[in-house]
Design a protein around this ligand. Structure first.
Ligand SMILES: [Zn+2]
Length: 201
């Protein structure tokens, strides 16, 4: 695997972000603290932020050049209603809640991508970095999709993430249309983030 030097150099801050989020898991549509962490990081990196997408969702907008082309990279922020029994320092501080699915990692990874693209991106167009709420059966992607239309672009969910843990793929969890776990909506992906194709409306 070829690692990108600026991202490797950013590793320790990304690890700190992931552990911070892991220690403070929040369930569907309750991701206020996590959204604040995301928005504060994006803002510190001079990336314009849209808040309140799908209740707690955050979208960062990275523009380059003059092209109207756009692509979205998605991560999810919510945790699972599970007890954590790990004893490392960043284990969950909230009984009955845990980042057992890896959304702490998804969020940190997308922040890393956003930081890299904002610093080193050479594309012509717009990258939307989309941090959605309520992936765990709450239909958070659908909520982002509806509200994205209001903000001038229509998003279509296209793929699922292969880095979800077993806890995230329980077949007993309820699903909603547009959610990754709604099997009718799932399309295999080779990347960590669900990609969204965005069209101007
Ligand atoms: Zn998940």
């Amino acid at each position: 695997m070829n690692l990108i030097d600026p991202i490797v150099a950013f590793h320790s801050e990304l690890q700190e972000i992931r552990r911070n989020i892991h220690a403070h898991p929040e369930l569907c549509y309750e991701e206020q603290r996590t959204a604040n962490v995301v928005a504060e990081k994006l803002t510190a990196w001079n990336i314009p932020v849209i808040r309140g997408m799908g209740v707690t969702g955050v979208v960062g907008v990275i523009k380059r050049g003059t092209s109207a082309a756009a692509v979205g990279l998605r991560a999810d922020m919510d945790a699972l209603p599970m007890q954590e029994f790990n004893t490392f320092p960043h284990s969950s501080k909230h009984d009955g809640k845990m980042h057992a699915c890896g959304h702490d990692g998804h969020t940190a990874m997308l922040l890393g991508a956003a930081h890299y693209l904002a610093q080193h991106g050479t594309f012509d167009g717009t990258v939307y970095v989309i941090f959605q709420p309520a992936e765990e059966g709450g239909g958070g992607a659908r909520e982002i999709e509806v509200r994205q239309v209001v903000h001038g672009a229509q998003a279509t969910a296209a793929a699922s993430s292969p880095v979800h843990s077993r806890a995230c793929t329980r077949k007993t969890r309820p699903t909603a249309p547009g959610d990754r776990h709604d099997q009718s909506q799932v399309v295999p992906s080779v990347r960590h983030f669900e990609k969204l194709q965005l069209q101007r409306t």
